[in-house]
Each structure stands twice: as C-alpha cells, then as structure tokens.
Design a protein around this ligand. Structure first.
Ligand code: SAM
Length: 230
C-alpha cells in the first residue's frame, strides 16, 4: 500500500548544511527562514487567519536523509552515537517515510510566504503541511521523556575580536542576527559527541552565505575564528 504526498512549500533556511543545525526547534531563536509556498498555495487565500497564530507545526521531509530500507533501530547522536534505540523512541532523521515535525515561531505572513524563526531545518527542505499551534491541545505540562529530558547543556562561545567585527559587518549586510545565530548554534556544541576536539582542529559551517570557522581552545569552550563570505 503506497500513498504519494506533494510538498506545499520549500524552506529557504539559514542552514546550508546539516552540520551545526540545532537538534530541535526553539534552541536557536535567531535561526530564520522563509517558507515559499508552492502553487496552488501561493494564493493568499490559503493563509487567511494565520496571522492570528504565534507558532506553527511544520511537517516536512528529511530530504537529505531519505533511505529505501526502513531502520528499526537508530543511534541518536545525543547518546554519544554508540547506544541504539527503537526508531520510534527517537526524533532521528533516518526514519520511516523520512518525516520531520517542528514547532517554529511565525514572525510574519504574506501571500505565499511565511517568515519563520527558531527553526531546525536545512535549506531546501520540502514542507508537507503547516498547522497552527494549539496551546491547549499541543502543550502537555505533565509529559516526560527520560531519553531527551533537557536541551543540550550549552558550552561557552567566545570570539576572536576580528571574527566578531566580521560577524557584525555581515549581519548588517544580510539584515540577519548573525552574531546571535552563531552563538546560539555553536553553544549547542555541534561536534559529534564521540569526538574529543584538540585546539589544533578547525571546524566550519555555512550559515546563509557565510563560512563560519571555529576551534575548541578547551573541550567545553568554542572560539569563533572567522566569519567570511563564501
Ligand atoms: N524537530 C524535528 C523532528 O523532531 O522531527 C527534527 C529533529 S532532527 C534531530 C533535527 C536535525 O535534522 C537537524 O539537526 C539537522 O541536522 C537535520 N535536518 C534538518 N533538516 C533536514 C533535511 N531536510 N534533511 C536531512 N536532515 C535534516
């Protein structure tokens, strides 16, 4: 039995590669994107009333993690990548049908375009559905999850003076909160949990059209070294 689905929109996101994207939404409020709705939904009628809502659920495809064979067990990175769990006990990207779901902040609505923040989605992600967040139904105060009880413990992010100057200049050019985006994402300590960083090792990622480079002067500290146009 197979069904087919069609994206209702494609997300233009600050995140141009999977590395250093927060594990869940809300962890980087400065992470912004624009959801461009596809025909026939680019017609303003599809979003009438949505301006009365602060957050939306996005159902989307992990388009850069799709697999033919479904996995029954996965190794979530937050468990260090060596402990496996049933795929339905995790929010892993490699999952049946490759479907992701994120609740994100809706900053502005235009016909055919939603301006979002606090996202955890890769640039080009196909979005299958948009649903208004319903606090009385979606927020479950008594809920618990012993596997993912708390957000990742943030590490210190410091700046090379020149890198900070570069980041502010790029923020001006892009009219994007570049300094906050870098600090919020790197504070999540994006390196793979099994990797012990040495000060000599350099890391980098593409946010918007910016190459951001850093290193770890100590295992619990990141120093941003450079923020330059790609
Ligand atoms: N909040 C969603 C959920 O629970 O279904 C996503 C959680 S998943 C752990 C978040 C990660 O998915 C991000 O850190 C990023 O590396 C990855 N990701 C985001 N968009 C993707 C895409 N289009 N294809 C593949 N991986 C993606």
């Amino acid at each position: 039995m197979r069904y087919s689905v069609r994206p209702v929109g494609i997300l233009k996101s600050c995140f141009k590669e999977k590395f250093a994207i927060p594990r869940q939404p809300q962890l980087a409020p400065a992470a912004r994107g624009v959801l461009e709705l596809l025909p026939p939904f680019e017609d303003g009628r599809a979003v009438i009333g949505l301006e009365q809502v602060s957050h939306v659920w996005l159902l989307f495809l992990f388009h850069q993690a799709l697999e033919e064979e479904p996995r029954l067990k996965v190794r979530p990175p937050r468990l260090g990548g060596n402990r496996s769990l049933g795929v339905f006990a995790t929010r892993a990207t490699h999952r049946p049908n490759g479907i992701g779901q994120s609740v994100v902040k809706l900053d502005k609505v235009e016909a055919g375009r939603l301006y979002l923040s606090g996202i955890d989605l890769l640039d080009g992600t196909p979005v299958l559905d948009i649903k208004p967040y319903v606090p009385y139904a979606d927020r479950v105060p008594e809920a618990h999850n012993a596997i993912a009880e708390t957000p990742p413990h943030p590490i210190t992010v410091e700046w090379d003076a020149e890198a900070l100057r570069q980041a502010h200049a790029q923020a001006q050019r892009l009219s994007e909160p570049v300094v906050e985006l870098i600090e919020q994402c790197l504070a999540q300590d994006p390196r793979p949990a099994y990797q012990t960083p040495t000060p000599e090792r350099r890391y980098g990622v593409l946010f918007w059209d910016l190459q951001v480079r850093w290193h770890y002067p100590a295992p619990d500290r990141i120093r941003v070294l450079e923020v330059v146009r790609d």
